[in-house]
Ligand binder design. Structure first.
Ligand SMILES: Nc1ncnc2c1ncn2[C@@H]1O[C@H](COP(=O)(O)OP(=O)(O)OP(=O)(O)O)[C@@H](O)[C@H]1O
Length: 284
């Protein structure tokens, strides 16, 4: 990569601070279809940002653009002001780890072999084998996978695969974690545990979430998408209002503060008869 980030990192030791992610006018099209339209949003450094919005609103496309799997037709994604397109593949892998919605692998690796894949971007450098083992061990412990470490990927349940992918991402020791529906397949307790971990990790975490309750309880910043556009952005207590849930999802919902944490609790009454409307952008 060109630019100052690498140079200063080498001089002063590796820069492990989690960066801010900025989406600056990001537009994505496939043929005539607009998937993202002039998306401007900020993912705060070191926080846990949730991307919410109805099916097909562009959440996966947005995360894929951040992870550089999709090149936007307009605009750009910046990490602390540096365009992601300026990073080499290896540099980006040392900064950013991803967990996809549906992880597929044909190879029948064991759980610990899958998690060990996460160490590759660093193991190519000066890291010794013993360090790699410790990293894999810590990641397996963090996700409660020690008992499954010798099990093969093909023999795992959906939730066990999801936890294994999360452990692989942790073993990458990233500064940015990009996750598409990380609680997919997880039971209620495992979901709460994973989101609490994400909230407490010293990384910039950004995740697509369908569960508004969990988004309100665990995220400190929300970006709401509808029809490929950002329609609201800000702290959950300000974003998750009955009016927004009506406009974006067509929901009849009430929102009240959680009795202990004060975080917004979404009480679902049902769907509105009129259905959801396409809302105007709202910066909070
Ligand atoms: N390769 C493609 N060709 C055409 N349209 C696509 C393609 N990929 C995605 N889309 C469309 O782009 C829109 C956004 O898709 P995306 O997967 O980003 O939405 P999402 O918010 O993640 O949805 P979900 O909540 O259902 O996972 C959808 O209408 C989808 O059908």
């Amino acid at each position: 990569m060109s630019g100052d980030r690498t140079t200063s990192g080498r001089r002063g030791g590796p820069d492990r601070r989690p960066p801010q992610i900025e989406l600056a006018g990001v537009g994505v099209r496939i043929g005539a279809k607009v998937l993202l339209d002039d998306v401007c949003a900020t993912v705060p450094a070191g926080g846990f940002t949730g991307i919410i919005g109805p099916n097909g609103s562009g959440k996966t496309t947005l995360l894929s653009t951040v992870a550089r799997w999709i090149t936007p037709a307009t605009g750009q994604v910046l990490l602390d002001g540096t365009p992601v397109r300026a990073y080499s593949g290896r540099e980006l892998a040392r900064v950013m780890a991803t967990v996809e919605q549906h992880s597929v692998t044909e190879a029948d690796l064991t759980v610990e072999q899958v998690v060990d894949l996460g160490t590759i971007p660093r193991a190519g450098g000066r890291l010794r084998r013993i360090d790699t083992r410790e990293i894999v061990d810590d990641a397996l412990t963090a996700l409660g996978l020690q008992k499954l470490r010798t099990r093969t990927w093909q023999s795992l349940s959906g939730g066990e695969r999801q936890k294994t992918q999360m452990a692989r991402a942790l073993a990458q020791q990233p500064r940015v974690l990009v996750l598409d529906e990380p609680t997919n397949h997880l039971d209620v307790a495992a979901s709460l545990e994973l989101l609490a971990q994400l909230r407490d990790l010293p990384v910039t975490a950004v995740a697509a979430l369908h569960d508004l309750q969990l988004a309100g309880l665990y995220c400190d910043h929300l970006i709401v998408l509808a029809g490929g556009r950002v329609v609201a952005e800000g702290p959950p207590a300000l974003v998750l209002t009955p009016a927004l849930l009506d406009r974006v999802y067509g929901l009849d919902a009430e929102v009240m503060p959680h009795p202990r944490s004060g975080a917004p609790l979404v009480i679902l009454n049902g769907v509105q008869r009129h259905g959801g409307a396409q809302p105007e952008t709202e910066q909070i």
